[in-house]
Ligand binder design. Structure first.
Ligand code: ARG
Length: 568
């Protein structure tokens, strides 16, 4: 598509005898549409030209206003306000949307570059609660955005499947466990053993020693312990997979913490070689005080390694295996210090790619009733939340008499889409409160609203009957040059850049906001204009725009990990 900023920059650069690059960086998009599509502030030019900025704006306007791409150029005080040809922009975006279809708003800026997105990463035998939803959903969208930008992506689920707690879990299972119960409801059952272990260990401290010995046997790879651990892992993963299936989420690798258990010695050796490791009360630490990052504990006094050590080993492994261009971690902001510490350690080890490791933090979710936390035992399981979303949506569908021939399917698409959309519509850093009536509102800035808009566009195209097959970019664009249509055109035109920005900032909410804007602009167009009019040329031009908007919404939702229903 036309790069308007660049094209305008070249024209102004020629008229004002400047560098196009510099002009380009100065061009603005006015927030008020009445001030033009693009504006160029002339303040900075005053020194060089030794003239007042309004006069400069006046002179440049005279030189460039005859250019074909402009509808008009208006000098207003120190600004040069430019209105581009509506027909040209409309033709540009409609041709692109119709030609590219599902690839509209995609790009190839990432070609040949590998990006790892690590997300979800729950702990096995622990509940997959609504807090994990954020990592899962934000990470999945970041992956989809990078994929759309042409990057070669690798999705990793860094399962929390290692650590001394598995010694406790095995001891507890042997003492109080029952195979049948675990199979029936793995995570809740294993969790109950784990809780019981802590209660019992208060009374009988020997249990803790037993757990440590058991974990040591697991680390050595003793078959019995290994088999139990493997079983806990498999059962937990089965349960996680149910949630992933509901969300439509997949991974390329489930290499979790245990995968690095034999890759830790190298980290310890390198830390020693570089003289970074210090002994402290039998434990090994890296002192990061001079960077204001405290002290990182690398091995405990019994020699066992820690979470952070495994992260360092994993990063080295990923670099050597994938040779990433970027290595992204979508993990809660509570772990900011953890990531800052080990990124620093990797840098101190001399790995220049430390700068390519990126922590993408996010804030806490709480439910209306209050915060959810594993410790207080008031865990809200994600699966229950999703089931509830589908159920509540089914009720709304019936009550609203929504147009669907498959209630179950629509309830699933809309209910789950609503939860995902809600997660992605706030800036990720903010803490937020999960409220049902906000999530499922069909009229607010929500998933159902956008999906409904998509279905409405699809329905217009269905109603067009045979005309739908004749939709093409070769239409008379003067028929759709009104304000309302043009606002929609501008949003569609901006979408590819919005996707790039969302990717660069690892911030799907930028895209979510833009999709809401497109949906609102489309609905205004739909309400204000009759689409299936008698005038053939007008009808075909309007249908081309509807088809483009529908495609943009579908593609945008896809990048958030949400389906776009044909009917609703
Ligand atoms: N399993 C961890 C948790 O649930 C998250 C893992 C994050 N990823 C990482 N590479 N440290 O808190």
């Amino acid at each position: 598509m036309i790069d308007y900023k660049m094209k305008i920059a070249e024209i102004i650069a020629k008229a004002a005898d400047m560098e196009a690059e510099e002009v380009c960086s100065m061009i603005e998009v006015p927030s008020d549409e009445k001030m033009g599509d693009f504006a160029f502030p002339c303040f900075k030019l005053a020194k060089v030209f030794r003239k007042a900025p309004p006069l400069i704006a006046q002179e440049i306007a005279e030189k460039i206003s005859a250019e074909e791409m402009f509808e008009k150029v208006e000098p207003v005080n120190a600004y040069l306000n430019m209105f581009v040809s509506r027909e040209e922009m409309t033709k540009d975006v409609v041709s692109e949307a119709l030609a590219k279809g599902e690839k509209f708003a995609h790009s190839d800026i990432g070609a040949g570059k590998k990006v790892i997105v690590e997300y979800s990463s729950p702990n096995i035998a622990k509940p997959f609660h609504i807090g994990h939803l954020r990592s899962t959903v934000i990470g999945n969208s970041i992956y989809k955005i990078y994929d759309a930008l042409g990057y070669d992506t690798v999705r990793i689920n860094h399962l929390g499947d290692y650590g001394t707690q598995f010694g406790k879990m095995i001891v507890a299972y042997r003492k109080w466990g029952n195979e049948e119960d675990v199979r029936r409801d793995p995570i809740k059952t294993l969790l109950s053993y784990y809780t019981k272990f802590h209660v019992e260990a208060e009374k009988d401290p020997d249990l803790d020693q037993e757990a440590r010995d058991t974990f040591a046997r697991l680390e050595k790879g003793e078959p019995e312990e290994k088999a139990l651990w493997q079983w806990f892992r498999d059962e937990s993963l089965k349960e996680f997979t149910e949630v992933y299936d509901m969300l439509g989420i997949e991974f390329d690798s489930y290499a979790g913490e245990s995968f690095y258990s034999d890759k830790m010695q190298r980290v310890l050796d390198e830390l020693n070689e570089k003289g970074l490791m210090k002994e402290s009360q039998g434990a090994n630490v890296v002192d990061l005080e001079e960077y204001d990052l405290g002290t990182a504990l690398i091995t405990k006094s019994d020699g066992s390694t820690l979470y952070i050590t495994r992260d360092i080993a994993a990063a080295i492994y990923r670099k050597e295996t994938y040779d990433f261009y970027r290595n992204i971690y979508v993990v809660a902001s509570q772990q900011n210090l953890h990531f800052a510490q080990w990124f620093k350690i990797v840098e101190l080890l001399g790995y220049e790619w430390a700068k390519d490791c990126i922590h993408v933090p996010f804030g806490l979710v709480s439910l209306e009733e209050g915060t959810m936390s594993t410790r207080e035992g008031r865990v809200v399981f994600l699966k229950d939340v999703l089931d509830q979303a589908v159920e509540k949506t089914r009720e709304i569908i019936i009550e609203k008499n929504v147009n669907t021939d498959n209630i179950d399917e629509t309830a699933a698409i809309v209910g789950i889409g609503a939860v995902i959309f809600q997660e992605l519509s706030n800036g990720r850093i903010k803490d937020y409160v999960f409220k049902w009536d906000r999530v499922l509102n069909f009229d607010g800035e929500t998933g159902p609203y956008v999906q409904y808009t998509h279905a409405r566009a699809a329905s217009v195209l269905r109603k067009a009957g045979e005309d739908a097959a004749k939709i093409s970019a070769d239409v008379d664009y003067t028929k759709i040059r009104g304000e309302v249509a043009y606002s929609l055109v501008k949003l569609l035109h901006a979408m590819p850049d919005v996707v790039i920005e969302a990717g660069e900032r690892c911030e799907p909410s930028i895209l979510t906001r833009h999709i809401i804007d497109i949906a609102q602009a489309f609905n205004k167009f739909y309400h204000d204009e009759q689409i299936l009019v008698d005038d053939e040329a007008e009808k075909m031009a309007k249908l081309a725009l509807v088809a483009s908007a529908r495609q943009a919404i579908e593609n945008g939702l896809a990048m958030l990990g949400i389906k776009a229903p044909e009917r609703m």
